[in-house]
Design a protein around this ligand. Structure first.
Ligand code: WTA
Length: 656
């Protein structure tokens, strides 16, 4: 987005007041802001009463050794007990936890809290049999099936932090993550369904595990029934073990700061960061925000986060937040276009979904498909909509509100990150007059600011860097095994102020509302998925025919950003001046997919004779972005060789 567009954006005059009925019965009112401002710790202490503690904490926040926070010090609890058992004990065992919808039509399952409790206990007993002990890491590589949730909660029940690896990632990505957190058990399935056909997962696990000598067991769910290769010593079927295990398992209470999970996310270097979340603060933060931002009424709402569990959105708002709140959720295995483009709306109508949470990229896709498709379905049950993962442009916001929400639903544009664990900036449905395109302001109990290079507030009407100025309960505690990188990445830049640097640019409009503009580092946001330019560059360079690569994220109407790669080939690959054949480009794209995952495939790859570099050898991605976005190339005077850009642009003429 250009600065001009942004300036225009931030002059949005439309306002949408909360619906009267919703405001009157809202879980949270405007008083929450004052209450939280007066004493944030007391505010979070009160929010913590939503959770069942085995032992109550004696200190809300220990920030004596920043940036290493401890929340609810001395408290003990079990996350799985909070998500499952306590609802059964409270007499809500018959409530549906998940309406699960498989991709093949009619493949559905309803799972009650009582059933979930039994299954989680069985899986916990099986993991114990497989040697998993408190503190051990377990990797989970699964499609969107109920067993994925069961597996996560079984780990939580044992205090064995899970690391869920998105099923779309490649075997190398899986291998790196297993190795980084040294997991000894992997939970997977034979495969899942993708656009009408089975898509295998087990082969990728076999390949990854071949290079992970630490892995002792692979627990496999049978989902598609396709043939899999089997290692009798290592592999065990879920149906032979979990489904036959005892449903009795007494959860143990763990320290509030006991690790709950590690979620890998892209940073500015090639190596993904293992973001560590711990138990107490994370559950308090996710359950409170899920209740407040979505105005959750667990008895009557049907809540649906249309995201994959392999991302943080799935962790916080499919699993931990909703289950801690005793919500009834929809969980959907497939894509929006299979078997037809009205699948989501069919699901909303069938289950009378009240609350839908998805990414702007999905909304833009639906816009492209046209309003007639949702109009064929009864969407009148919807009372609230949410958006996450990237800036939602005002046009998409309005379309979402009107065509999906019937012009009556508030839209919650939630800004947060893998690192923050929970919503940080968002409207509140019963309080905020929504402004299309703005995430509005920090939720009660959270403090953010937009600052300049020195950490000074930029003030209304200005842009700068988004920071969080006070610790919050679901904050990341560190990067797995790398405290130094944790300090350096998030806290060094504003060390004098003690601010958390989010890596996003933002603007405060004249009312002081926040417009998140996107990443200010080498992280791209493609269809709401975080990918690092360096990670893709490393993947390209690992191909024998590539000598050097530079990757930029260029603005793309559909996916927010699109991956554009520029590569220099090794001499042996191509004779001078020869145009790169399509087959080679395809080979390189597939190579990236096999190194990282299909989501990381560059949209375009341009073979260039040279890359634009400064005299100190730094690639000037800004110039490549100009090329990718078909703009006039900006200032080239700092280039070591200014003719490079002419050569590149000549190549653009020939196409890629
Ligand atoms: C971006 C996803 C604008 C942002 C929960 C952030 C957003 C990154 C929004 C985190 C939003 C997320 N408006 N941008 N409402 N929500 N982002 O870790 O750049 O996958 O830093 O977490 O997504 O992505 P992550």
């Amino acid at each position: 987005m250009s600065n001009e567009t942004l300036a225009n954006l931030a002059h949005e005059d439309r306002r949408f007041e909360p619906p009267k009925e919703l405001a009157e019965h809202a879980n949270v009112t405007a008083a929450a802001y004052d209450e939280a401002d007066a004493d944030p710790e007391a505010f979070w202490a009160k929010a913590a009463e939503r959770i069942s503690w085995d032992t109550k904490w004696d200190r809300v926040l220990d920030w004596d050794n920043p940036p290493f926070a401890k929340w609810f010090v001395g408290g003990k609890l079990n996350a799985a007990y909070n998500c499952v058992d306590r609802h059964v004990e409270a007499g809500n065992g018959d409530r549906v936890a998940f309406h699960w919808v498989g991709e093949p039509a009619d493949d559905t399952r309803d799972i009650t809290y009582a059933q979930l409790k039994d299954q989680v206990s069985q899986a916990a007993n099986t993991l114990i049999e497989l040697g998993v002990k408190t503190g051990d890491r377990v990797a989970i590589y699964m499609p969107m099936i109920p067993e994925t949730v069961v597996a996560m909660l079984a780990c939580a029940r044992l205090g064995a932090p899970h690391t869920v690896v998105f099923g779309g990632f490649s075997s190398s990505a899986l291998r790196d993550r297993i190795q980084d957190c040294d997991a000894h058990v992997v939970i997977t399935s034979d495969g899942g369904y993708r656009r009408g056909a089975p898509a295998a997962l087990k082969p990728a696990v076999d390949e990854a595990v071949a290079q992970c000598p630490g892995v002792e067991h692979v627990l496999v769910v049978r989902r598609t029934g396709e043939d899999v290769t089997w290692d009798d010593q290592r592999d065990v079927w879920w149906h032979d073990t979990v489904e036959k295990a005892s449903t009795d398992h007494t959860p143990e209470a763990f320290d509030a700061e006991h690790p709950l999970y590690v979620m890998y996310t892209s940073g500015t270097t090639g190596k993904p960061k293992g973001i560590l979340h711990t138990t107490g603060g994370y559950l308090v933060g996710t359950s409170w925000t899920h209740w407040a931002v979505f105005d959750l009424k667990p008895e009557t709402d049907v809540y649906w986060t249309a995201a994959d569990i392999g991302w943080v959105t799935g962790h916080s708002y499919i699993v931990y937040g909703p289950l801690a709140n005793g919500a009834t959720s929809v969980m959907y295995e497939g894509t929006p276009d299979t078997p037809h483009k009205g699948r989501w709306w069919e699901i909303v109508a069938k289950y009378k979904v009240t609350t839908l949470y998805c990414a702007p990229t999905a909304i833009r896709t639906f816009m492209k498909w046209g309003r007639d498709i949702p109009a064929e379905h009864d969407l009148s049950s919807l009372r609230l909509l949410g958006s996450v993962g990237e800036p939602i442009n005002p046009e998409a916001y309005i379309w979402y509100r009107d065509q999906i929400g019937g012009g009556k639903t508030p839209v919650m544009d939630t800004w947060w990150q893998t690192e923050t664990g929970m919503h940080m900036i968002s409207p509140l449905p019963g309080v905020t007059a929504g402004k299309p395109g703005s995430a509005m302001k920090a939720i009660p109990g959270v403090s953010v600011d937009v600052v300049d290079d020195d950490g000074e507030s930029v003030g209304n009407g200005n842009g700068g860097y988004l920071v969080v100025t006070k610790p919050w309960p679901a904050m990341l505690r560190t990067i797995w095994g790398d405290d130094e990188r944790f300090k350096e990445t998030y806290w060094e830049r504003y060390a004098a102020k003690g601010y958390y640097f989010a890596g996003d640019g933002a603007k405060l409009d004249d009312d002081g509302d926040i417009w998140v503009l996107g990443r200010v580092d080498d992280v791209m946001n493609v269809s709401g998925h975080r990918l690092s330019t360096t990670e893709i560059e490393s993947a390209l360079v690992s191909h024998p025919k590539v000598a050097e690569a530079a990757v930029v994220g260029a603005t793309d109407e559909q996916s927010g950003q699109a991956i554009n790669a520029f590569v220099i080939l090794r001499e042996s690959a191509l004779k001078g001046g020869e145009e790169a054949p399509d087959a080679l480009i395809t080979e390189l794209r597939n190579h990236v997919a096999s190194e990282i995952g299909a989501i990381a495939k560059p949209k375009s790859i341009l073979v260039v004779p040279e890359l634009p570099k400064t005299r100190s050898g730094k690639i000037m991605r800004r110039l490549l972005r100009d090329v990718a976005e078909h703009r006039d190339v900006g200032d080239v005077t700092t280039l070591a060789d200014s003719s490079v850009m002419d050569q590149i642009q000549e190549g653009v003429g020939k196409g890629s």
